[in-house]
Design a binder for this molecule. Sequence first.
Ligand code: RTP
Ligand code: MG
Length: 148
Amino acid sequence: MERTFLMVKPDAVQRNLIGEIVSRFERKGFKLVGAKFMKITNELAETHYQEHKGKPFFDNLVSFITSGPVFAMVWEGKEVITTARKMMGKTNPQEAETGTIRGDFGLVTHRNVIHGSDSEQSAKREISIFFQENELIEYKKTVDDWLA
Ligand code: RTP
Ligand code: MG
């Protein structure tokens, strides 16, 4: 089953949005398989966002993501990678549709509430840098029988 890495960013933790964000993915029908409330080190931030190294916003991005605790999660389900990205909305909250997480709760690109893996390859990479294999829990949810 497909898995993705999602993270409630420091702005959203400060604004008490962890529950709201978790709730959206739960209600959609995805399954939480791992979660961690943590502070990201500079080294982890640079590894996580390595594709953006050298871009003008990179230093600010690293400062922001390390500025306070985040809630890192692994979610599982059918097409969870692309569906979670749709539920998040566009990178710039001004362009994100109402009804998406960034559209409903974000104002600016540099504080855009949530991170989500953008491909199967980045999901695998991001899950492995944030979680040990034994921190991901395999379990059966009977509600799954009603989804697909
Ligand atoms: P994320 O990786 O955080 O889920 O965001 P994303 O895929 O929607 O956007 P991405 O292109 O990966 O950019 C990563 C984060 O960098 C900041 N950013 N600033 N032009 C800019 O000033 C700019 N572009 C990107 C955003 O905070 C974005 O979430
Ligand atoms: Mg990205």
